[in-house]
Design a protein around this ligand. Structure first.
Ligand code: PLP
Length: 230
């Protein structure tokens, strides 16, 4: 078995065990493979193991990979920061966007979503840890943003996403994910998605209700930002 195949098997086992430990159906937790900085060949290899959903952060890199992999039926998720002048290719080339944190971006994605495609699935990114440097709307901004986004015609608001402050403290991992779930529940908008949990905290995230875990390192190995791949 290749390293990627072994890693996928390990991550699937972690997801299944975490779901079973809290009485959840393992099928209710989707695995989003985060392939940023990794070559198209790594995505192809993961797809050969039955992985269909891939997350990318950098637009040009993602578009290049999509072109190289156009023979495969893959579902692409955009999970990185979004500049307003880059919304059109995102609206045209992705099925999901997890990182919407302001209305202007959502409006542009809705206007630019091609009419022949299904609505673009949207998660609103929330900054639950309150670090000034990170993207995501504040919990205080969330209700108004969610209501406005839920009314845009070519988007389908599915839920919330967060990137908590990295910590090895399990209680803190749980607290950040529980916060996102509570914010989702308080919205009363029938949102079925919580995008939370990465390589190091997927167990806590699943215990708190994650429906997408976004896993990069545990599948594809450490990222090398020194060598440009895009
Ligand atoms: C890179 C990235 C991930 C994957 O993180 P790992 O720790 O490598 O699993 C998940 N979500 C987002 C938004 C990312 O940018």
């Amino acid at each position: 078995m290749s390293t990627i195949a072994k890693n996928i098997a390990k991550v699937r086992t972690r997801i299944r065990e975490a779901a079973q430990a809290c009485g959840r159906d393992p099928e209710s937790v989707g695995l989003l493979a985060v392939s940023k900085t990794k070559p198209a060949a790594a995505v192809r290899e993961a797809h050969a193991c039955g992985q269909d959903d891939f997350g990318e952060n950098y637009l040009q890199e993602a578009l290049n990979k999509q072109a190289e992999l156009s023979d495969l039926a893959l579902t692409w998720h955009f999970i990185g920061p979004i500049q307003s002048n880059k919304t059109r290719p995102i609206a045209e080339h992705f099925a999901w966007v997890h990182s919407v944190d302001r209305l202007k971006i959502a409006q542009r994605l809705s206007e630019q979503r091609p009419k022949q495609l299904p609505p673009l699935n949207i998660c609103l990114q929330v900054n639950v840890s309150g670090e000034a440097s990170k993207s995501g709307c504040t919990p205080e901004e969330l209700a108004a943003l969610a209501l406005a986004v839920s009314q845009l015609p070519n988007l389908r608001l599915r839920g919330l996403m967060t990137i908590p402050e990295p910590t090895s403290d399990l209680a803190q991992q749980h607290a950040a994910c529980a916060r996102l779930r509570q914010l989702r529940d308080d919205l009363n908008l029938e949102l079925d998605v919580l995008s939370m949990g990465m390589s190091d905290d997927l167990e806590a995230a699943i215990a708190e209700g994650a429906t997408w875990v976004r896993i990069g390192t545990a599948l594809f190995g450490a990222r090398d930002y020194g060598t440009p791949t895009h």
